[in-house]
Unconditional design. Structure first.
Length: 718
């Protein structure tokens, strides 16, 4: 890999630095061999992710995100945030990553649905590709023609455990795609400086824009390119006029990059409605602290935690909010020592980078520190509030800077203390340790139960960890475990409204209606715009026969979330119980117009019209519903029952048989088909249907009673 740069006087100089210590410490492979080894190691560390499902944030960003499905207009990707909410909606997180969502959509189309293996495979291939590309970037930094330093640096980058969340969590694709185009932008800018061909400058800007549309962090590559030019282009110019001319050309390039950056930021702000995202205090407690002193102390400690994860990636956790890192209120807090050590090391490295007598050391340190610091700037809370405390995914690109510093440091140690076998052993130990940790962490990310249990070892005081364990237990039907975990989460964070909502639902299902109401009332007091809690409060109040309060709660939920089909469905049930049938019709219709596949709303409409003596409306509603849900057994069953009551036996039989064909293991369908045949005087078919229902469920009383009645009354064949 040869990198040539023109100096101010037009001469071409070729950089091919390879120190003696590097020759002693690090193996030399061909470029192709280096790429193959790095790619294979990256795959081996994270290949177990292919056995994983969709976990944690994948649920909201992929499974519940309509923009990922091919039946949603593709234009929605460019108006909605990463989670599928319109960017101008007050509850939007403002994370604008349309190209990442587009990649999910392509995954969905190619794999024919939400197959997690295909999603994980693309993540794995992307990370391996970025790791190979990093060889090129490190070769530029180390000024190498043949990978040596850059090869080992890329190996560390490929297997670093802090990457696990970005690779094995499907939503981490935003970081992988951003990293890919981030490195391509750097490479293109270096090519432009070397060859002064405008197409490379344009390509660098295009890659920057694409990186930003994959994840917001991508815009910071403009800063890296600016730092690279300051560090890498040495002006060996004697004439003042030539020097001024070169400085002028640099100023012009910087001006263009600043202009591009401002345009991208302006467009980004415009798209998100010129408003900042609204986060809750639990997402980033330090940013809500009233004292600037508390914020400053806590932020600096958080920076040191991120730095520690680069150096010693042992304490990895899917979430660091809600008590995982308590706020620092006083200068006497011992955690301030970590912040002090962090700043001492960082400032020492910066001074060394600026004033070292070795030009190579200045270069390595400045570019390594830039790769760590510049991409991390958006996560510092200095420019705007972020929605997390510590996030491993934001370190995907900074890992590259750490790897440069690590390898340079090892090289310097070997130069000062020439014990090559010792340092080679240390390097090998680090690689094995990192590799094993990545493999182990990748296994933890395969399913939520393992992921959440692992988090307890790192953040046992994190209420969100206990909440997620409870949610996972509830999904598996472990109600008592879920209730216990939600209660623990509320002990750790008494203001945790989501835990209150979920706990209330479990208490309601177990018959504890009054305690459920109390938790929901508390949840909506804490967060008055919590639409789901208002709806659940309405359900509980309806069970307590507090009908006017229930109606008010449902309407309150709808003021905070206008498109809420489940809430309209429950409001329809309330009107149905109050025998306000026209109002129930309107509510159910609202639910089905917003969600044409809302089976329960369609079913209740059909049954309601049937019960109030309007069989024609019941039939027409069922036929309308079947246009949207042609394979929904309950709709065929309901229509069959309606037609059977009208003695339209042949039509009724057709729909019963369709329902059975879709769901043959349902004894109810066979029993009711038996009743139809019984009334139709097709006694043999009726008997077969009753017996089939009893085969499926021997305890099915209605089938047994009807069969006994049939055997008593059916005519005997002579």
């Amino acid at each position: 890999m040869s990198h040539q740069f023109k100096t101010g006087n037009g001469r071409v100089t070729k950089k091919t630095v390879s120190s003696g210590s590097a020759n002693q410490l690090f193996p030399e492979l061909s470029t192709r061999g280096s790429c193959c080894v790095v790619f294979i190691l990256a795959v081996l560390c994270y290949v177990s992710s292919l056995e994983g499902g969709f976990v944690f944030d994948d649920t909201e960003a992929i499974l519940n995100n309509a923009d990922v499905k091919s039946d949603t207009p593709i234009t929605h990707l460019f108006y909605n945030d990463f989670w599928g909410t319109n960017l101008k909606h007050p509850s939007s997180h403002k994370s604008y990553r349309p190209l990442t969502i587009l990649s999910f959509r392509l995954n969905y189309i190619v794999s024919g649905g939400l197959n997690p293996v295909h999603f994980h495979l693309i993540n794995l291939l992307l990370h391996s590709t970025v790791s190979v590309l990093s060889i090129l970037i490190f070769s530029i930094i180390f000024e190498e023609d043949c990978p040596r330093l850059s090869f080992v640096t890329a190996v560390i980058f490929a297997i670093h455990p802090v990457h696990t969340e970005a690779v094995t969590g499907v939503v981490g694709r935003a970081d992988l795609l951003c990293g890919l185009f981030y490195f391509l932008s750097i490479y293109s800018y270096v090519k432009y400086l070397g060859e002064h061909r405008l197409k490379y400058f344009i390509w660098s800007i295009v890659c920057c824009t694409v990186a930003m549309l994959c994840k917001e962090q991508g815009i910071t590559v403009l800063g890296i390119n600016a730092v690279y030019e300051l560090v890498a282009i040495r002006l060996n110019i004697r004439k003042v006029s030539s020097k001024l001319s070169s400085l002028k050309s640099i100023a012009v390039r910087y001006s263009w990059m600043v202009l591009v950056g401002l345009i991208l930021l302006y467009l980004r702000l415009k798209i998100m409605g010129s408003t900042a995202p609204v986060f809750q205090q639990v997402d980033n407690p330090a940013s809500f602290a009233p004292s600037w002193f508390t914020r400053a102390l806590t932020y600096n400690y958080i920076y040191s935690i991120h730095a520690l994860l680069l150096i010693l990636p042992h304490w990895l956790c899917f979430d660091w909010s809600m008590g995982c890192i308590p706020l620092i209120h006083t200068i006497y807090d011992p955690r301030n020592m970590a912040s002090a050590v962090f700043w001492i090391l960082l400032l020492s490295a910066c001074l060394k980078a600026l004033f070292s007598s070795s030009p190579h050391q200045r270069r390595y340190l400045m570019l390594g520190l830039a790769l760590i610091g510049v991409p991390f700037l958006p996560a510092t809370n200095l420019f705007f509030r972020v929605g997390f405390v510590v996030a491993e995914r934001v370190l995907f690109i900074p890992v590259a800077g750490y790897c440069v510093l690590f390898i340079h440091g090892l090289e310097k140690l070997n130069a000062r203390f020439p014990y090559s076998n010792l340092w080679r052993g240390c390097l090998l130990f680090t690689l094995v340790l990192f590799g094993l940790k990545s493999v182990h962490r990748s296994l933890e990310w395969r399913d939520e139960a393992q992921l959440f249990r692992a988090a307890l070892k790192v953040c046992p005081l994190n209420a969100k960890v206990h909440y997620n364990i409870g949610k996972n237990a509830a999904d598996q039907g472990l109600r008592d475990v879920a209730i216990s975990r939600y209660q623990t989460a509320l002990q750790l964070n008494p203001e945790y409204d989501q835990a209150m909502n979920n706990l209330a639902n479990l208490l309601k299902d177990s018959g504890q209606i009054e305690p459920a109401e109390e938790w929901l009332l508390k949840a909506v007091r804490i967060r008055p715009d919590f639409a789901a809690a208002w709806m659940n409060l309405g359900i509980v109040q309806a069970l307590l026969k507090k009908y006017s309060e229930a109606r008010a709660s449902y309407l309150k939920a709808l003021t905070h979330r206008r498109r809420y089909p489940d809430c309209y469905y429950n409001l329809g049930n309330l009107y149905l119980e109050l025998e306000q049938f026209e109002e129930a019709d309107d509510a159910f219709r609202s639910a089905t117009s917003m969600q044409t596949t809302h089976v329960l709303a369609w079913t209740n409409l059909i049954v309601m019209f049937d019960n109030i003596g309007q069989p024609e409306r019941s039939e027409s509603t069922a036929l309308e519903a079947l246009k949207f849900l042609p394979r929904e057994a309950n709709l065929h069953f309901s229509l069959a029952g309606n037609l059977g009551k009208q003695n339209r036996f042949e039509e009724s039989e057709k729909y019963f048989l369709t329902a059975i064909d879709i769901h043959p293991e349902n004894p109810v369908y066979h029993t009711n088909l038996g009743v139809l045949y019984h009334r139709w005087k097709k006694y043999e078919q009726a008997e077969r249907s009753y017996r089939k229902a009893l085969d499926l469920n021997p305890q099915w009383k209605s089938a047994a009673d009807n069969l006994r009645l049939l055997l008593k009354t059916k005519p005997k064949v002579p």
